[in-house]
Design a protein around this ligand. Structure first.
Ligand code: UD1
Length: 394
């Protein structure tokens, strides 16, 4: 007789979706295989932390994930609002559905909120992307990671640094499974398609025109690797007017040397408006401002960019895999495996203007060459599914 394992996955924000997709596909594959005495019943809960089409729905479409089974509609707001409402709404779904495993991804507010609720009711929790540590307690994500790791039953790690962090914190070894980086499964599945896209068309489709806050109406035609790609949204870079202003000034300086494409995150857009800083960047010929891009569109730009500048976590990893020299606009990273000194393509430059410029001089000369940390092979989700099934019968 076939037994069924009930697995529930939670997504909340954009970076969860690139990780949820391969897991959903690997579960479908496991069920379709037909040889097993076990099947997996999979449900997906979306907390609704990200809700714009281009922050959420477009990723479901592009990555072929079916619509969530439950949508909690938490929306934007303070940490208290997001975490509190997620807990209240998630508790109802969790108790009604009664899964064997709750699978949580990454380090967003949904991850921490749902892990706490699940453990209070003694559900089994598995955390994908466990063990990352920036050791920077000013990052909301660091708190989310530590809380979730501390109470998870299974910790799926992407690299040896993550294993070492967990062991140093006293997490029992038998809970840790090094499986590789699940987001790279999505990259491997999509890179060919993204590589066939045209950079100039991607920009034209997503351009934000003057009226909406700057950027040339007719961007330059781009070819080859002759552009820089920038994203930033971390509170440490955008929540203070003086810091954001000096970063925008550096961006303008760099864009005068190489066309610079800047897909603006909603949080950053809000802060630029709040601080009255659009005038610092609008009208710059080669500073190309776009709305947040779709998954394939951004991957395409990452594949062809000469230099990436970012404060994102996932983009550090994607840049490393693709070989794009990448400047991290932070003082620390929870992803040291992507750093140049550890065989990657990333360099920490902070948000200080002179350090960014110095890093830029290094990056433009850095040869593009793919780097692949151990187990970042496109098969992480399959290893996770096998491991979940195995652990279900322990
Ligand atoms: C969240 C994650 C962060 C991740 C980032 C990726 C936490 C603590 N932070 O940060 O780790 O790197 O997502 O994007 O979970 N907004 C919209 N539309 C949306 C979503 C947000 O306009 O669909 C605006 C709202 O004004 C909102 C602001 O963006 O207040 C910030 O969104 P929020 O979800 O609070 O945090 P992020 O900065 O996106």
């Amino acid at each position: 007789m076939k037994s069924t394992i009930k697995v529930m996955t939670v997504v909340g924000a954009r970076p969860n979706l690139m990780k949820a997709a391969p897991l959903a596909h690997a579960i479908e594959k496991y069920n379709d295989f037909g040889n097993y005495s076990t099947s997996i019943a999979h449900t997906v809960v979306h907390t609704g932390q990200h809700y714009d089409k281009n922050m959420s729905d477009s990723f479901f479409e592009t990555l072929g994930i079916r619509a969530p089974d439950f949508y909690l509609g938490v929306g934007s707001g303070s940490h208290g609002h997001q975490i509190g409402r997620t807990m209240i709404e998630f508790e109802k779904v969790l108790l009604e559905q009664n899964p064997d495993w709750l699978v949580l991804l990454g380090d967003v507010n949904a991850t921490a909120a749902c892990s706490i609720i699940a453990k209070k009711y003694l559900f089994k929790v598995a955390h994908i992307e466990a063990g990352l540590r920036s050791n920077d307690w000013s990052m909301p994500e660091e708190i989310n990671r530590i809380v979730t790791d501390r109470i998870s039953d299974l910790l799926f790690t992407p690299c040896r640094f993550a294993d070492a962090n967990l062991e140093a914190e006293g997490i029992p070894r038998e809970r840790i499974r090094r499986v590789g980086n699940i987001m790279i499964d999505t990259l491997e599945a999509n890179r060919e398609k993204a590589g066939r896209m045209d950079v100039t068309e991607v920009i034209a489709r997503n351009l934000v025109e003057h009226g909406e806050g700057g950027g040339p109406v007719n961007p330059p035609v781009l070819s080859g690797r002759d552009f820089v790609l920038l994203t930033m949204h971390r509170p440490s870079n955008v929540d203070r007017a003086d810091v954001l202003k000096s970063l925008l000034e550096v961006i303008v300086r760099i864009s005068r040397r190489y066309p610079l494409i800047f897909p603006v995150h909603p949080r950053t857009r809000g802060k630029i408006s709040e601080f009255g800083l659009w005038s610092a960047i609008s009208g710059e010929e080669s500073l190309i401002i776009t709305q947040p891009l779709g998954y394939l569109e951004f991957l395409c730009l990452n594949m062809y960019a000469r230099v990436m500048m970012t404060d994102s976590g996932g983009l550090q990893e994607e840049a490393c895999m693709l070989g794009t020299p990448c400047l991290i606009l932070r003082d620390n990273t929870e992803r040291p495996v992507t750093l140049v000194e550890n065989g990657g393509t990333n360099r920490l430059v902070s948000n200080e203007p002179e350090k960014v410029i110095e890093g830029f001089e290094w990056a433009v000369e850095f040869p593009r060459e793919e780097r692949r940390p151990e187990l970042w092979d496109g098969h992480t989700a399959e290893r996770i599914v096998e491991s979940l099934v195995e652990a279900s019968f322990l």
